[in-house]
Write a protein that binds this ligand. Structure first.
Ligand code: ATP
Ligand code: MG
Length: 572
């Protein structure tokens, strides 16, 4: 059974390099029967913010591993041990995001706060065996006594408080007899340990605060390092996967488990967190962007959050593909945002219907085309797909083209429209510009053109060629729309390279969001729904905005531009 599992996982992980180092560890554990045949992982978010793409990596890893192994299970556990910062809004948002990514935790949804009684029992065990004590030193002295990485700490004068007294005081702490910070429960390990985390770390701190799930029951709250291993053990987690910064907390994770009657001993395994270029991934900074209104909420399409990418039009499959492609490693690195865009673009190229949308319209009157006449052209929805379907594109005497597809004094190499020059209107006719109309300021407001009726469908029977093909929409049939062009939120590639004296807000990209209000899109877009992918010809990949788009007032977001800078980079 164990062996079959192993093969299963290797196949699912059919990268070029075989299973990653975490799956290798699990394979070994299955071979030796360490946890029987069980593989059980968890994703433990703290409900103090929305999930970002780094969390998505962790979810895909934890849940993906469980899915790879036969009988594998995964839990969603809210690590809600801190009463102050957590809100139910976040709990709901996190659940929604994970479901959207395509994972189903079934009945395995847990809250660390449900284990508060159990944690307390473990703490009592430690106190009773002389392995924990109540310290009454003020916070700054505790800090002093701790020493430094090069200097050993020293014992607190309260370290040898009798067990009975510790028990009584802990009880009082729990019942709210003291003020915040007056006492603290600490593990009794080693004040001169080379690993600072082992120098009598805190177990419980007094916080006379209300918890969103346990109300006023508790006046002490457990520290992360104390609680986390127990949460895993209570749930029977076999492999507790976390990010690299917890590596030197592992001895403590193990110590807490080894010194009480824990039901099992999960193994902590660390991997490098995801860092992405041109963005930040700290929940604190993301929250600040939201509260200072520098972005339009957690789901602003420029945010690196799952909800932001969703609103922008990125699909869950693209995020999962990205998570898989970047893999897991033990070394921190910066992943190029363009690699993510590349993956999104690759997918949308396969899935997006091709449509015409004019973002900056210039009116064109076709003087040799009958007034009131309409004809329709057939066009493939997606030439990448065999049976991608077709749609009808209406054509009439007045159309819109892109303003920058016309130039009055055009250089030779400008292959688009200019006075006296001919271009192809995609799917329609060859078009020649004969005249232009200007306003008082000298801006071109309208072009007068003629089509060659012989070129219907876009080819000339006499074999003559045109260099440029431009997109257009029929003025009488076009839908008014707002189009939002999104780009990186920050201008600095690695936000860790911020100059001294500057803060991250100094690097906000002023062109990260460009809102175009007077766009004209082809009528087939009347049926657009958020999440459905489109390629606006020559303009990029777009999707309707899930927050603002309505049939009456369409709003489209650019998910990614067409330009494939990643492929170019790779060629270099
Ligand atoms: P903080 O703890 O500072 O609030 P956090 O990003 O660690 O922020 P958690 O809710 O604790 O937030 O994260 C849940 C899980 O997601 C953790 O197991 C953590 O290791 C993982 N995680 C967080 N950020 C990343 C990242 N950038 N890449 C990969 N995994 C991450
Ligand atoms: Mg964390």
């Amino acid at each position: 059974m164990g062996k079959e599992n192993i093969i299963n996982a290797d196949e699912n992980d059919k990268g070029k390099k075989g299973p990653d180092f975490i799956r290798q560890i699990i394979n070994r554990d299955l071979e030796t029967g360490k946890n029987g045949t069980r593989v059980h992982t968890r994703f433990p978010p703290e409900p103090n913010g929305y999930l970002h793409i780094g969390h998505a990596k962790s979810i895909c890893l934890n849940f993906g591993i469980a899915e790879d192994y036969e009988g594998g299970l995964y839990n969603l556990r809210f690590d809600d041990t801190n009463p102050e910062k957590e809100e139910t809004e976040y709990v709901e948002a996190i659940k929604e995001d994970i479901k959207w990514l395509g994972f189903d935790w079934k009945d395995r949804l847990f809250f660390a706060s449900d284990y508060f009684d159990k944690f307390y029992e473990f703490a009592l065990e430690l106190v009773n065996s002389g392995k924990a004590y109540v310290d009454s030193l003020p916070a700054e002295e505790i800090r002093e006594y701790r020493g430094t990485p090069t200097k050993p700490g020293k014992n607190s004068p309260y370290r040898d408080r009798p067990i009975e007294e510790n028990l009584e005081m802990l009880e009082n702490m729990k019942n709210g007899k003291y003020k915040d910070g007056e006492h603290i429960l600490r593990a009794k390990i080693d004040m001169s340990h080379v690993n600072m985390n082992m120098r009598d770390p805190a177990i419980y701190r007094i916080k006379n605060a209300r918890h969103h799930r346990t109300g006023d029951k508790w006046h002490i709250y457990p520290m992360y390092d104390f609680a986390h291993g127990y949460e895993d053990a209570i749930e029977g987690i076999t492999h507790s996967i976390c990010t690299l910064e917890f590596e030197n907390h592992r001895p403590l994770y193990d110590w807490f488990l080894n010194n009480v009657s824990a039901p099992c001993h999960p193994q902590q395994i660390e991997f490098a967190r995801l860092n992405l270029s041109y963005t930040v991934m700290s929940k604190r900074l993301l929250l600040e962007l939201v509260t200072s209104n520098l972005v339009d909420g957690w789901d602003d399409p420029r945010m690196p959050t799952i909800s932001g990418f969703r609103r922008r039009g990125v699909t869950p499959t693209a995020i999962r593909k990205f998570a898989k492609e970047i893999g897991v490693s033990k070394v921190n690195s910066l992943i190029d945002m363009n690699f993510f865009y590349y993956i999104i673009r690759e997918e949308m190229n396969e899935t997006a219907d091709r449509v015409m949308a004019v973002l900056d319209p210039l009116r064109v009157v076709i003087t040799n085309y009958e007034e009131g006449k309409t004809e329709e052209f057939d066009a493939d929805n997606n030439p990448q797909i065999e049976d991608g379907g077709t749609r009808k594109i209406p054509f009439s005497r007045e159309i819109y083209i892109e303003r920058d597809d016309f130039m009055e004094d055009a250089p030779k190499k400008f292959f688009r429209l200019a006075p006296g020059r001919e271009v192809r209107l995609k799917h329609a006719y060859f078009l020649t510009c004969n005249d232009l109309i200007k306003d008082k300021e000298g801006n071109v407001t309208e072009l007068h053109c003629t089509i060659d009726p012989e070129t219907r469908g876009g080819n000339a029977p006499d074999g003559r060629k045109v260099k440029g093909t431009i997109h257009w929409v029929s003025a009488a049939h076009a839908i008014d729309a707002e189009v939002r062009l999104y780009d990186n939120l920050f201008t600095l590639e690695d936000m860790a390279d911020m100059e001294e004296g500057k803060e991250y807000k100094d690097y906000l990209n002023p062109e990260s969001e460009i809102i175009l209000k007077n766009c004209k899109v082809e009528p087939s877009l009347a049926h657009a729904v958020p999440g459905a992918p489109y390629q606006f010809l020559r303009k990029g990949y777009f999707s309707a905005d899930s927050k603002y788009h309505t049939r009456e007032k369409p709003v489209f977001n650019r998910v990614v531009a067409l330009k494939d800078s990643w492929a170019k980079l790779q060629k270099k």
